[in-house]
Unconditional design. Sequence first.
Length: 399
Amino acid sequence: MHLRGLNNGDSLLNCPIMIVGAGPAGISTWLHLQKEAPQLARHSIVIEKAIFPRDKLCGGALCVWGADVLACLGVDLDIPSLFVSDLELRFGKEIDCLHHNNYFRVMQRADFDHALAKEAVKRGLELHEDEMLINVLRTEHKLIVITNKGKYAVQVLIGADGAFSTVRKKMLPFQKRHLAPTLQILAPADSRYDSEFTEKKTVVDLTAINEGLQGYVWHVPCLKDKAPSIAHGIVDFRLCPNRPRADMKKIFSRALQSRNIHKGPKTWSSHPIPWHSDEDILSQGNVILVGDAAGVEPAFGGGIHLSLSYGDLAAQAIINAFQKDDFSFCNYQESVQSHSVGMFVAKCTRLALEMYGGKANPLEVVRELFDLNYDPSFIMRQLLSRYLELHPQSDPVPK
Ligand SMILES: Cc1cc2nc3c(=O)[nH]c(=O)nc-3n(C[C@H](O)[C@H](O)[C@H](O)COP(=O)(O)OP(=O)(O)OC[C@H]3O[C@@H](n4cnc5c(N)ncnc54)[C@H](O)[C@@H]3O)c2cc1C
């Protein structure tokens, strides 16, 4: 058989499992696989187009859910972090405060992603940095993956390649993506204007919903090169397509000026948050999507914890495929929906429609969401039940 894009004589490397992308979703997929089926992990590689340390635009706030997933994997990352226990919600003159011990661990993504990848490499991961997936061809039983470094015969391909996923574009039927635009700027914390750093609180300001923004402005304290800093950002999920669009730039500019920051749009960074909707297709034969490539939730767009949890889902799907010798992944969508990831995304979608559709007071909606998100038993129950399923004779606390 001759495959277009493949020259006769090119050598094909055998690679049963290839994970594309070494962000939280890709590395977590490998770590879960290594924990639950080490023999399969040994036959997996992760390719990453960048070289670590690489940056990813993000607030860098990992919530307790994400911390629980890492704890269950036995991952303890020693990187500069700021622990934040208070979340201040604003809607016009109304202010609500939620408190939970160490609600968020705020880190620079360059540090977090690098440390996570290093931990996986220490456990045996074969990580190919500076290797980019370019194309995928389908043969009868396998995929031929073409990268800038070589050609591979692949049985299972995991798209963990973020918001602009090439795996998704190449392998899944065309689907309109829901990409929420964001803007962010990192600025030194100025104690005259930014109380977030000294008070160790994150501010989520929903006031601009009144101007049509289907999102919010955030102020997240963090450490940048050890200096007290604040990540100021804005997102517009555009969940209700019929509502007029808000002027994001104007709202963001005003928010910055109120903090005595007078830097214009050229200094702002932008990267979309892809949110998942029910119609999205997440798998095909031999292929599944995880993390941003699959989509996160459209209420707050917090995606690090969901991406880490997608790793658990993907590892389970890979193990089932090899056990049953069935690589159709036709049940993947269903397993996502019945997992805490899918249940949380569904709940967030309902609440986001109420909040951004003007049907409910946003502060009440957020309280409901955060009560669920930060109920440690919600995610721990699922993680522990999976652990007990796999190790029925063992102590329920993973080592
Ligand atoms: C402005 C902003 C602020 C945010 N703040 C937060 C926050 O505070 N807390 C939170 O929980 N979430 C936040 N998020 C969401 C979070 O950043 C993402 O959900 C998360 O990074 C998704 O992880 P991932 O592993 O799926 O994708 P990514 O982190 O994007 O990783 C994908 C990887 O794939 C690689 N890749 C891409 N294409 C290829 C290719 N063709 N071949 C090989 N490799 C490839 C990329 O280089 C990258 O390393 C924020 C997002 C934005 C945009």
